[in-house]
Ligand binder design. Structure first.
Ligand code: 3PY
Length: 251
């Protein structure tokens, strides 16, 4: 049985004080949650303060991205050691917004995945197709390239520590959600690619989140699907009650 993982990706939202308040509200809202793994990903600026809020609670910290180099002249970036020191457990890698606006490629995703694993943290690797790719009939090809690219030279033992997040680009921040069936079919395909690379045990153990306008209303249908093991949540993760509604569907 795979444990559900619900992660709030706060993106570029909330000031530091707002982030601390939201983290406090979420900690309070989920204090009785037992079965679901709850994760929040604030901005870099707020991360250290949010880490203090979630310490010793059942809420875990994720960082929205890292650089794969250990240190140096990389203005605007943070290293895995910085992230590790504040107690983050997960790193979101390859989000479509990174791919779309900040030149993320299969190669940089792979470098970040390997650096994260090397440091003992766990990658949440985002994959997903654009509407043009889906309509053009190359969905499987794109997902195959993304998954194989992310896991290049990653051992089965390390791959087993990763989470995949399937986020159809056309459903991110648009209010449009993939239907339960579309999400299930695509995630089953993603799992089959993992199986092709690593075999049955790793594929069956790997958690695959759905992301893209998941909210309390559509979470029960999505989470009931066999190959959907949680959610990477955008807008609904920015308020404790809407985030909790999704967690309730997982519990
Ligand atoms: C969304 O649901 O908008 C996301 O991109 C979550 O990462």
């Amino acid at each position: 049985m795979r444990q559900y993982i619900i992660a709030g990706n706060w993106k570029m939202n909330k000031t530091v004080s707002e982030s601390v308040q939201l983290a406090k509200d979420i900690v309070e809202a989920v204090k009785d949650v037992k079965k679901t793994e709850v994760v929040i990903a604030p901005t870099y600026l707020a991360a250290a303060k949010v880490a203090d809020v979630v310490k010793g609670t059942n809420v875990k910290l994720a960082i929205q991205d890292i650089h794969w180099k250990d240190q140096g002249a990389y203005t605007g970036k943070v290293s895995i050691d910085m992230v590790k020191e504040i107690g983050a457990e997960y790193v979101i890698i390859g989000h479509s917004e990174q791919r779309q606006y900040f030149h993320e490629t299969e190669e940089t995703v792979n470098l970040k995945v390997k650096k994260t694993l090397e440091a003992g943290l766990k990658p949440i690797i985002c994959i997903g197709e654009t509407l043009e790719q889906r309509n053009g009939g190359i969905l499987k090809e794109i997902l195959g390239l993304q998954i194989k690219g992310a896991f290049k030279d990653v051992s089965a033992e390390d791959a087993a520590k990763c989470v995949l997040a399937y986020e159809p680009v056309w459903a991110i921040g648009t209010g449009v959600t993939a239907t339960d069936e579309q999400a299930q079919d695509t995630q089953a395909y993603a799992r089959s690619v993992v199986k092709e690379i690593y075999g049955e045990a790793v594929a069956e153990g790997m958690r695959i989140q759905y992301g893209g306008s998941m909210k309390g209303a559509n979470a029960p249908g999505l989470l009931a699907q066999k190959d959907i093991d949680g959610g990477l949540i955008g807008g609904a993760g920015l308020k404790a009650d809407t985030f909790k509604a999704i967690i309730d569907a997982a519990e």
